[in-house]
Design a protein around this ligand. Structure first.
Ligand SMILES: Cc1ncc(COP(=O)(O)O)c(C=O)c1O
Length: 421
């Protein structure tokens, strides 16, 4: 049965859902006096209303306590990163000691590769997906060169083998089997940024380990989008950013996971004083003794103003719970899929497979020119997705703040555009 294009129906789908009220906790940009239908949580999540209070708390503390803010009163700066570690561990399914908020995503990828990409003449290679996010590709290529190896032979890029530019688990398995003895590291996304395909983190970690390789993950598009169980999945390390589904603001401090089995590792690392064990850090001794766990990879004292908005977002995640958010996300994206299949099938092809988070990547069948025209028509209607060359519009209903009525607005706006063609 075709899903109706009715506002009453869309409103009814949110009516019984307590999570729909969480939208009130966010600033939604206005378009011509009305809240935008904002679908860019895959790029920059909306601002939690409490972010300002958390930032102001830091500014006030700085104004009134100055250096003593590090170790006096509420939300002291010395252990400030610990305020986000426990709720973050819940979001990614990790133990408290396995996660840390620090640096930026690409920086964390490099720092963790320093420890977890240890190539040898027999085992120099890294396996990634063809079409990986450019920063990841630059990072792994530069690491391979840094170690004196050759990306032409040692960077293995697995091409898509399934519809819509997606990659089957069978292809991943075959590639790991084929290159296994030469693989030092398998670096894979949790959710692919272009197609929205979600991958089986545990399955890929298992395959990498069976081949004798390390399993690392870029979870930029997975964190806060899918319930993750990083500890149980057995990933060696993972990195992600907090500006997408974690709503911590542009260029927000990023996140990293190091599995508990490496908590006391003697692998090489690039060290800094904030990674030194907290109890003796201020003895200012010359010998580095790492804090066990992920915090041992910290370099610098963290940017407190940068961490403050993340606290606001994590409070909302804590209230909702990842399992309930995922259930709502499946309903929202399922509704989007049903509207596209039922009413817009001649305009849009869904590239995203059933294994997905909240994002649908929609290829405009009529090609780039028509696609740009549709994208601009949507934006002029207050419906904001994002554009990926050459012909893809990404629409990501975020369960924390999107309503079914937003999704309906997208479908109706696209239909109006089609009627005008
Ligand atoms: C999948 C993926 N990896 C890496 C990055 C790079 O992130 P950063 O600029 O925070 O290092 C992004 C940014 O959007 C991304 O989507």
């Amino acid at each position: 049965m075709t899903v109706p294009l009715s506002e009453d129906h869309a409103r009814a789908l949110d009516a019984g859902d307590p999570l729909a009220a969480l939208r009130a906790g966010f600033h939604v940009p206005l378009h011509e006096g009305r809240e935008q239908a904002y679908f860019c949580g895959n790029s920059l999540g909306l601002q939690p209303r409490d972010a300002r209070a958390h930032v102001e708390e830091v500014l006030e503390k700085w104004a009134h306590e100055a250096v003593e803010g590090h170790f006096r009163g509420q939300a002291q700066w010395m252990p400030y990163h610990e305020l986000v570690a426990a709720p973050l561990a819940d979001v990614v399914g990790a133990e408290r000691e396995e996660v840390v908020a620090m640096n930026s995503l690409t920086a964390n990828l490099h720092f963790l590769m320093v420890s977890f990409y240890r190539p040898t003449a027999e085992r120099p290679a890294i396996l990634i997906e063809a079409g990986a996010f450019p920063s990841d590709r630059y990072a792994v290529e530069s690491q391979i060169r840094f170690h004196g190896f050759d990306p032409a032979t040692d960077l293995i890029e697995l091409a898509p083998d399934a519809p819509g530019g997606t990659v089957s688990m069978a292809a991943i398995e075959q590639a790991i089997e084929r290159h296994g003895p030469r693989l030092a590291l398998v670096l894979w996304p949790g959710v692919q940024y272009r197609t929205g395909q979600a991958f089986d983190v545990a399955g890929i970690a298992r395959l990498a380990h069976a081949a004798g390789a390390v399993a690392g993950f870029d979870l930029a598009h997975a964190v806060g989008n899918l319930p993750l169980r990083l500890h149980d999945a057995g990933a060696d390390f993972a990195v992600w950013c907090h500006y997408k589904y974690l709503n911590a603001g542009p260029g927000a401090v990023a996140g990293a996971f190091v599995h508990a089995r490496h908590a006391h590792t003697d692998r090489p690392r690039f060290a800094g004083w904030w990674g030194h064990e907290a109890a003796t850090r201020f003895r200012m001794g010359p010998r580095f003794a790492p804090t066990p766990g992920a915090e041992g990879w910290q370099l610098s004292n963290p940017p407190i103003l940068g961490l403050a908005p993340l606290r606001a977002s994590l409070e909302l995640f804590g209230r909702a719970g990842m399992a309930a958010l995922r259930a709502r996300s499946e309903r929202l994206t399922g509704y989007l899929e049903a509207l596209v299949r039922g009413h817009l099938d001649d305009v849009l092809e869904i590239l995203t497979p059933a294994e997905r988070g909240c994002q649908l990547s929609l290829r405009v069948r009529a090609g780039r020119e028509a696609g740009r025209a549709l994208f601009e028509h949507l934006a002029a209607d207050g419906v904001l997705g994002d554009w990926r060359e050459p012909d893809v519009i990404r629409i990501s209903p975020a369960p924390l703040y999107n309503h079914h009525a937003d999704v309906l607005r997208f479908a109706r706006s696209a239909l109006r555009w089609r009627e005008g063609q």
